[in-house]
Design a protein around this ligand. Sequence first.
Ligand code: C5P
Length: 234
Amino acid sequence: MTAQPSARGDVAVVVPAAGAGVRLGPGGPKALRLLDGEPLLVHAIRRIAASPSVAMIVVAAPPPDVDAVRTLLAQIAPVTVVAGGAERQESVAAALAAVPPALPIVLVHDAARCLTPVAVFERVAAAVRDGADAVIPVLPVVDTIKEVSAEGTVLGTVDRAVLRAVQTPQGFRADVLRAAHAAAADSHTDDAGAVEKLGRSVHCVPGSDLALKITRPIDLAVAAHLLTLPPEQS
Ligand code: C5P
């Protein structure tokens, strides 16, 4: 499959894919683990390339695997591959550096959320296009959440009505994301967090159950089952 001609073509998608995947158990880098016979990264790139807004994709690969990832993805879509860093935010920064200033919107998408439907990419991009500085896809929290001390004593129950579980792709005005990365002194687990520290507002749109993050072995089993269901709804 190749990238479809872009309807709007104003979006670059940056894909951090350089993680080791330690929590997934022994094996290669997480983005290159197989799901239904293909690397997670291939599943992710297929969906990104099918999103009409997307003009450019930049993948941050594990440094030893840059050439192999370039060869792998050349069969799927036009993709720029750079070497990732030791931390996720370094990988995002390396990929962001390869995005030309002319593209006004940047989405940051974890390769580990490889089944994220096209509709989510389009929803996030549309909200940035409509004027938001930063946009995150979210889901309601279904579990009861408690604050617990280091000794295992419950300190309190958090009102879950005000909580959201945050997914990717997270979308940004490109200049806002660059400013957030330039200003980020300490580590952050998501890019919207760096934008929050700039004092800018972050807008929420609905995420998708299909955008689960493959982290533990059970997630791979769930993702394999999801692939057997009828084509993406969301
Ligand atoms: O480790 P975690 O699951 O939070 O990683 C989220 C995403 O960030 C994954 O797609 C992973 O490949 C990527 N990552 C990266 N560079 C790192 C660590 C993680 O690109 N050094």
